[in-house]
Write a protein that binds this ligand. Structure first.
Ligand SMILES: [Zn+2]
Length: 306
């Protein structure tokens, strides 16, 4: 299942192709939407909320329609994708044709076309977006962190690893980042929310935001391989680490480009190699009960003591 940074990168790729363009034809291949025709509608913008992608479309004017602002709202789920000028298959859920390109949705976990207001109501059920544009403003960023902390404190007590994946508490974090931030913070995934301090919880959220920001524009483009390893030791910082500065990152990324098997993660997917921090054999387990949060958790028993 994609992480929030994948959706931001996807939106970044689709914007030059779709934004400000008029749909020449739409072909929805799901029974529920089969009768819908958005010919001549304008794609106003493409925005992301957690793992949801919203394509905001406007009716051609003048219009007699009640809802002249609609949103094509999609979630990729495990295997979904949006592709440009691809060949349709039996997994194709919709085809949007513009004068110069086609944009096709494949195997989408959800695809809805809803009035703008209804979409906002639905997205409001999510927790704060870990990649919300508001993070760029320090005051708004503090408000977002405070809201996530409040959500953590008000929900039923549970493992921190499960809470990080619950999109109602904080939106956009997936399995990779939850494994990585818990390793970097040296917090065992089975620690309960109630056992962690406010500083630990807010530190985890800030670290997750910082790591994900390294993997979206303007810092990373579509070609940049996702990684979480641009970290430096800093005894005065939260968890004793800081994000590498721009010069350090440029040097490290150039180095990784030249080494084919350069590690990109500390613990995620390293069942064979072991923990990147200490070399110890890592452990893996299935954690969570509902389909959204039931995923393989990976951790290092040496770095993350009980
Ligand atoms: Zn370790």
């Amino acid at each position: 299942m994609p992480e929030g940074d994948s959706i931001v990168r996807l939106a970044h790729r689709l914007r030059p192709i779709m934004q400000g363009k008029v749909l020449q034809n739409t072909d929805f291949r799901t029974p529920r939407l089969a009768a819908l025709d958005l010919e001549n509608w304008l794609v106003e913008d493409i925005v992301t909320t957690g793992k949801y992608l919203s394509m905001n479309v406007q009716a051609p004017s003048p219009t007699r329609l009640v809802n002249d602002s609609l949103v094509v709202l999609s979630h990729l789920g495990m295997d979904g994708s949006w592709q440009v000028d691809a060949r349709p298959t039996h997994h194709t859920r919709c085809i949007f044709t513009f004068t110069d390109h086609q944009v096709l949705g494949f195997s989408l976990a959800s695809l809805d076309v809803l009035p703008y207001d209804i979409t906002q109501e639905r997205l409001a059920r999510l927790g704060p977006d870990i990649l919300d544009i508001g993070w760029q403003d320090p005051v708004t960023a503090e408000t977002l962190v405070a809201q996530v902390l409040k959500n953590f404190r008000q929900t039923v007590d549970q493992h921190i690893a499960t809470a990080l994946l619950d999109q109602r508490l904080v939106a956009g974090i997936g399995n990779i980042y939850r494994c990585e931030v818990l390793l970097l913070a040296r917090i065992h995934p089975y620690r309960m929310l109630s056992e962690l301090t406010d500083d630990q919880l807010t530190g985890l959220i800030k670290l997750c935001h910082e790591l994900m920001t390294l993997n979206i524009p303007p810092i990373a483009d579509e070609q940049t391989r996702r990684s979480t390893v641009d970290i430096r030791s800093d005894p005065s910082a939260s968890f004793g680490i800081r994000i590498a500065n721009a010069t350090e990152r440029a040097r490290a990324r150039a180095d990784r480009r030249h080494r084919r098997n350069a590690p990109a993660y500390w613990v995620y997917g390293r069942q064979r190699e072991g923990c990147l921090r200490c070399g110890q054999q890592i452990r893996t387990d299935v954690l969570g009960t509902d389909p959204i949060t039931k995923r393989n958790i990976t951790w290092c028993p040496n770095c993350q003591r009980d």
